[in-house]
Design a protein around this ligand. Structure first.
Ligand SMILES: Cc1ncc(COP(=O)(O)O)c(C=O)c1O
Length: 364
């Protein structure tokens, strides 16, 4: 079968050259006479790989020394619970900006511990913009301000950080880490599942300012759920997702080869602008997200004639364009255009969308 352009939101498209590289060395990694899939995580070659992985991420994001970098197994959403468990001390609460499905889920998880309050929300507007406006001032006992810079399901992006006063900012960057420049010092904690821009699913990266881990949470945290454990053991307390780490190491090298994050960001701006411009000038497609809040990674749109959606998706697939359905919770259509999606994929999508629009023109 010929290769498709994969617009799925994650697990997502990965650079072909990395996949070929992995294929070439799958049976014999690093002259070890065996596959990376079989190598122990405490062997010297693997520990070297972990060191390189961390060094390259630190280099790409200019992560200062007073931050720890963790490479953990498991789902990104585990951090919805780990963050309050680790960072909220007795009498404190977490402040949440609710801008879409993922931040709402994180807020709800913290609320289960009776430790959350919502400082801003765009839910009443159908999550059509990033809610910068605070609905109330930040409480003096705020442990952190939490937000999701890119809402993968809703296609909403914070172009600026929310107001957070003197409190640490916590960000779920699952669908945007390494897609645009960030200033690490602006954040207390960042976490990101790898399955969009970094590696196959199963790895979550956490970048945390060390002083936040001096906090003394109220209840005893199980060892595995305590960030301090993973800092102390340099991500090797439990068996890490070894293949994902190996893949991520290749991805960091690939990003460097592309020219680093600033070049990647420029490409992401160009790709998304082309697609949004086309949608805005068409008669069949529309994007409900306010222009200033539109995601660079997940372009959510719909058809003026919603009943054509399944026909659109079928024909798109016939043209080699895969994964364009919106998330089941919100419906509609979505083109996820992560770092690995080339401009040619976006151009091919637009070409198809234009042809499709013309083919149903008499009915619109
Ligand atoms: C922004 C964001 N946060 C959290 C998650 C949850 O990731 P996981 O399925 O690894 O828990 C996702 C998944 O798509 C996401 O896009």
């Amino acid at each position: 079968m010929t290769a498709l352009y994969n617009f799925g939101a994650g697990p997502a498209m990965l650079p072909r050259e990395i996949l070929l590289d992995v294929q070439a060395e799958l049976l014999d990694w690093n002259n070890q006479g065996m596959s990376i899939l079989e190598i122990g995580h405490r062997t010297a070659p693997f520990q070297n790989l972990m060191q390189q992985l961390e060094d390259d991420l630190r280099d790409l994001l200019a992560i200062p020394e007073n931050y720890s970098v963790l490479f953990l197994g498991g789902a990104a959403r585990a951090n919805f619970a780990l963050i309050p468990m680790n960072l909220i001390t007795p009498g404190q609460v977490g402040a949440y900006c609710v801008s879409g499905v993922w931040s709402k889920m994180a807020y709800t998880e913290c609320a289960k511990l009776s430790r959350a309050y919502c400082v801003s929300s765009s839910e009443a507007d159908g999550f059509n913009h990033a809610p910068y406006e605070m609905s109330q001032p930040l409480n003096h006992n705020t442990a952190y301000v939490y937000y999701t810079p890119n809402e993968t399901i809703n296609g909403v992006r914070f172009a600026q950080k929310p107001l957070h006063g003197e409190f640490p900012l916590v960000a779920d960057m699952t669908s945007c880490l390494l897609s645009e420049p960030i200033q690490i010092e602006d954040y207390g904690l960042i976490f990101a599942g790898a399955q969009k821009n970094i590696a196959p699913a199963g790895l979550t990266i956490v970048i945390v300012r060390n002083d936040l881990l001096d906090r003394k949470p109220e209840t005893c945290i199980p060892t595995m759920f305590d960030y301090r454990t993973h800092v102390a053991h340099k991500s090797l307390y439990a068996t890490p997702p070894t293949f994902n780490c190996y893949f991520a190491a290749k991805m960091f090298q690939w990003i460097k080869k592309q020219g680093g994050i600033s070049t990647i960001y420029q490409q992401n701006c160009e790709k998304s602008a082309l697609l949004y411009d086309f949608i805005d000038t068409s008669v069949l497609y529309k994007c409900a997200i306010e222009k200033s809040s539109r995601s660079l990674m997940n372009v959510c749109f719909s058809l003026i004639r919603a009943e054509l959606e399944s026909d659109f998706l079928t024909k798109a697939l016939e043209h080699g364009l895969y994964g364009l359905q919106g998330h089941r919770m919100v419906g509609g259509l979505r083109a996820s255009i992560y770092n690995a999606m080339p401009m040619s994929g976006v151009q091919k999508l637009i070409e198809f969308m234009r042809e499709y629009e013309e083919s149903v023109a008499s009915e619109v």
